[in-house]
Design a protein around this ligand. Structure first.
Ligand code: LLP
Length: 422
């Protein structure tokens, strides 16, 4: 459930009519709903009731300061994958003891940053990283809590570009080698083993892969305990899918995901960490855009929008589907016809939807992309010298611009001319 609904024939974000935001900030823009972010966070909390737990929001999904500040105020921790994300989390007031550091390529600089600023744990992904972290922590006179991310070789049954739990993927240490890696970790200075980490992919629409992975993690945890390690935390990653298509079957509910966690690892008495990103932010955001032209092609018509692949890359990159709806509610039973929705960028990949059934929308009218709160703004670029688009946070009947649109002067003045060209 989200808070983007038609009221009096016009799409609203909570209590704010979307055209009101469009008049204030111009199009295209992202709008996020505080009530939806809050609701999704609480649903995950409820799913984990009965276990000591921490929800470490995967801020790669949407790292706007206002979004992470809101989630932090609800008690969220953060899963960060770069020094930049760590800095963003700290800037939003998230305490170090609620930040976990993931990622396959942490640099020494990033390790120092997190060790000095405070960190709950590092999720270590390889032996070389383990050795580097040990050296860096020992040099600083610190002992850093770690989990090792294991690769359980499980098929997450999702898009190949976002599956991470198969042996051919770059992530984690093969689970068969995990005991040896833990033995090595326990003997290293500056390292304190506290748990096991796993993350098998994103936009999972079935629970079975989780079940398989978590059973393997439970078996490993028991073996590690036999080996003398004190395993008190399990980081089970993120990845639970969201409904992108209203007409399709919805992915499993967080409650049922929670039941899988209880059934597979509940008996171990560990603190459970999860790293949901999309589940919290995805359906808490829309992308609003205007139709520049309605163009009649040969055999097909096009809606040319003022948003493009640089603003929302998911359709071009993963063939992802986003529901696209007119901001003015169509009359009940209004005729629908297939049309291609495209952006103005100069490549055919700049296509959001082909032959999508839409009610009639004309030039100058607004449409909204649903489910654009995760992996939308964060993956945008200035390709074609198009400015990054503003982000707006709505709270009941108020809204605030939480990232303004840069001016062209700001964009251009970031470049400098070398002296020999002056
Ligand atoms: N934890 C780790 C270690 C991850 O790598 C990820 C996502 C998450 C948690 C959060 O996964 P989520 O709950 O959001 O599914 N850009 C792609 C998604 C990439 C996901 C990368 N890792 C997309 O637009 O579909």
């Amino acid at each position: 459930m989200d808070h983007f609904l038609y009221k009096n024939g016009v799409l609203h974000a909570e209590g704010v009519p979307v055209p009101e935001i469009a008049s204030a900030v111009g199009t295209p823009f992202y709008a996020y709903s505080s009530a939806t972010l809050t609701r999704h966070f609480r649903v995950v909390e409820e799913a984990l009731q009965g276990h000591p737990h921490l929800i470490c929001y995967a801020m790669k999904a949407n790292s706007n300061q206002a979004v992470i500040k809101l989630l932090g105020s609800l008690g969220a921790g953060m899963d960060v994958v770069s020094g930049g994300e760590y800095r963003r989390a700290k800037a939003a007031g998230i305490p170090g003891e609620r930040i976990v550091f993931s990622g396959v390529g942490k640099t020494e600089e990033e390790m120092v940053l997190a060790l000095e600023g405070g960190i709950r744990q590092f999720n270590v992904e390889s032996e070389p990283e383990l050795l580097t972290l040990s050296k860096v922590a020992a040099n600083l006179g610190k002992e850093v809590p770690i989990t090792i991310r294991v690769n359980p070789d499980v098929d997450a049954k999702t898009h190949a570009k976002i599956a991470t739990g198969k042996s051919e993927n770059k992530f984690g240490i093969p689970i068969a080698k995990a005991r040896a890696a833990y033995a090595q970790a326990a003997a290293l200075p500056g390292i304190k083993v506290v748990g096991v980490d796993v993350h098998i992919g994103s936009q999972l629409t079935e629970l079975e892969p989780y079940k398989q992975a978590f059973i393997k993690v439970a078996e490993l945890t028991e073996q590690l305990r036999e080996d003398g390690h004190e395993i008190t935390r399990l980081d089970l990653g993120g990845g639970l899918g969201i409904p992108y298509e209203r007409s399709n079957e919805a992915p499993p509910l967080p409650f049922d995901y929670g039941r899988v966690i209880s059934e597979t690892v509940g008996h171990l008495g560990c603190e459970i960490e999860v790293e949901p990103g999309r589940l919290i932010a995805g359906n808490a955001g829309i992308l609003v855009t205007s139709v520049i032209y309605r163009k009649e092609g040969e055999g097909r018509d096009f809606l040319i929008l003022d948003a493009a692949m640089n603003d929302l890359i998911r359709p071009a990159m993963y063939d992802a589907h986003h529901d696209i709806i007119p901001v003015v509610e169509p009359a009940p039973g209004a005729d629908q016809a297939p049309i291609d929705l495209v952006g103005p960028v100069c490549e055919s990949g700049d296509t959001f939807a082909k032959q999508r059934l839409m009610p009639h929308v004309g030039a100058g009218e607004l449409v909204a992309f649903r489910s654009a709160g995760a992996y939308g703004a964060v993956m945008s670029s200035e390709y074609n010298s198009r400015p990054l688009i503003p982000e707006v946070l709505v709270h009941e009947d108020q809204f605030a611009v939480v990232r303004p649109r840069p001016t062209f002067d700001e964009m251009i003045s970031r470049d400098t001319i070398p002296t020999w060209l002056e």
